[in-house]
Design a protein around this ligand. Sequence first.
Ligand SMILES: C[S@@+](CC[C@H](N)C(=O)[O-])C[C@H]1O[C@@H](n2cnc3c(N)ncnc32)[C@H](O)[C@@H]1O
Length: 249
Amino acid sequence: MDNKKRIIENVRTSYGELARDVASCCGERGGFASDSKVYDPKHIGKLPKEALAASAGCGNPNAIGELGQGETVVDFGSGGGIDCFLASNMVGENGHVIGVDMTPDMIDLANKNKSKMGAKNVEFRLALIDDTGIKSNSVDVIISNCVIVLAPDKDNVFKEAVRILKSGGRMHISDLMLTNELPDTVTADIDNWTHCIAGAELTDVYINRMRNAGFSKVEVVSDVPYRSGSETDEDWVASLRSMNILAIK
Ligand SMILES: C[S@@+](CC[C@H](N)C(=O)[O-])C[C@H]1O[C@@H](n2cnc3c(N)ncnc32)[C@H](O)[C@@H]1O
């Protein structure tokens, strides 16, 4: 198996385990959304506890820019569906939200959460984010929360994003990036891919990939340390940043 396939398989296995854990043990895990301050408790309070428990993002892509009534939104790497359900309320009954995820157990969990919510304008599709099968020039907004960092071929992800967005369409990304390259020992550990670390890139490299793919404007909306800095952290941890990016096709 080549390295890209190996990364994809490891990531799929790891998030499949998370989805099955959440489904089998009633969602008692906190999850990123409940533990962080980037989601408004008023917005997440009514979501199924399994959607919160599966939340594994590093930001809140729906807070980067407005979603309008009637818009079509695609979530790259939708997991248990948290950001799709929030987007669903923002686009209203005439809008449409498509969550794309490559992990069958995550899609099952997201569909169960959808039934609990009764969200009619949301659907989940099993696909890779660099090959979504979505019609070209058909999407108003792409959101993505801590997923592109996991993709071994980020150029193809951004090409796919540009392909499916309408002209003037937006992309709201929350993701992890770097101020300094990681040590080889860290990137060589396959588990560090599934932990959203080994696939992280320098911010300039990531943004250049977006521009080269065809985004006309790419703006860093916020940039904060990923971890607040504990004495036990190794030095390289300080170079991990949690970034919010707004891009326009
Ligand atoms: C860190 S979790 C984030 C889930 C969700 N965005 C959230 O905020 O809770 C990553 C998710 O992306 C999916 N994923 C990772 N790489 C992917 C790829 N190349 N194509 C499609 N889905 C992918 C995983 O299956 C997993 O559900």
